[in-house]
Design a protein around this ligand. Structure first.
Ligand code: PXP
Length: 238
């Protein structure tokens, strides 16, 4: 089975917020991405609302015909969003509110008790839970122990190293994917995936269930059109 493509539409909100008003519309984007073949919509409603606002979260929810993936740090604001909206998946990221983008995976050892409690609460709402994680065996084993259903590999380092040496870039992910699978964890991936580096990642990580892609895909859509771009990404996952 090929991995699912969840389109992260944060950047549509960034563009809209640059001018106020509602152009481009995130709800239209969510509808169109799904119409054009996306298997899911991802958003990251940060507390400062610099891209996706609280209103967006609720406006998009009834338009989802595929999977709704909501990312964020699991504070009480986030937990209320999840309880209200009941997305398909919550992807938990460890970053503080002021960072530009998520660039660290969870320390599942240090945050063991916190994650156990949060994941129990998410499971009691029936929400699949994924932990953003780096390629570290101990962190992955503990992701299983705290009760996560899936991990989302932070693929920033892969993307960064891909053009220099793709075999070396993928190696830690292959090793880590085997550990994840052995521990019963599903595998998602995201960050800096692109038309250039996605196919190799999906071919090499055979248990890959889902990728969430924002920056590169929305940027490509400026030149190539949204429908065409989504089709191009989907083809790389076949
Ligand atoms: N996964 C997580 C946890 C993220 O924070 C982001 C960025 O919002 C992505 C995936 C998508 O990354 P990119 O925008 O580079 O495709």
């Amino acid at each position: 089975m090929s991995a699912k493509l969840s389109v992260n539409i944060n950047k549509i909100a960034t563009l809209r917020n640059a001018r106020g008003g509602n152009t481009p519309s995130v709800t239209e984007a969510a509808k169109n991405c799904q119409l054009f073949g996306a298997d899911g919509i991802t958003i990251h409603p940060r507390p400062d609302e610099r891209h996706i606002t609280l209103k967006d979260v609720y406006d998009i929810a009834p338009l989802i015909t595929t999977e709704y993936n909501i990312e964020g740090y699991p504070d009480e604001r986030f937990m209320k969003i999840i309880a209200d909206v009941k997305p398909t998946q919550a992807t938990l990221v460890p970053d503080p509110p002021d960072v530009l983008t998520s660039e660290n995976g969870w320390d599942t050892v240090k945050n063991y008790d916190f994650l156990v409690e949060v994941i129990q609460r998410l499971h009691s709402m029936g929400i699949r839970t994924s932990l953003f994680i780096e390629t570290d065996a101990k962190m992955i084993e503990n992701a299983a122990k705290v009760g996560a259903d899936r991990i989302e590999f932070y693929t920033g380092p892969y993307a960064h190293n891909y053009s220099k040496d793709k075999a070396a870039a993928i190696a830690p992910y292959k090793e880590s994917a085997a550990i994840a699978t052995k521990n019963g964890l599903g595998i998602n991936a995201g960050h800096d995936l692109s038309l250039e580096n996605l196919e190799f990642f999906a071919d090499e990580i055979t248990d890959l269930l889902e990728v969430s892609i924002g920056h590169a895909l929305i940027s490509d859509a400026i030149y190539l059109g949204l429908e065409n771009t989504i089709n191009m990404y989907k083809k790389l996952l076949l």
